[in-house]
Design a protein. Sequence first.
Length: 121
Amino acid sequence: MRNRIRTIREHFGYSRRDMERETGIPAKTWENIENGIQKVNEDHIEAITKRWPQFAYWLVIGKTQPEAGNISPEIKDTTKLDATRQLTHESSRLHTKPILFRWCNRFRWASQRLLLLPYTV
């Protein structure tokens, strides 16, 4: 589980201080957990799952259920990549229709910005 906690932290580019700000758990505790000095307890799991509920099942079980919204950071990255690829592909097919092409480019720009926002409930 400590590796999954590290994966979440690194996925968002957070330092342990950032994790402290996001969860209320001291940075030294996160360091001890990641280094195997301290075991994860229910307070740590609760703090992470309150902030990132989409990762709760993956954090605890180690598996994902994308159809139910239970994902991992890796799936979140893949979803972003797939959406961007699909938008790029669709816009390249619309080059003969300038209005649709402009709309698609605007949609691609907006969707890329939205996909970068953190998940909130």
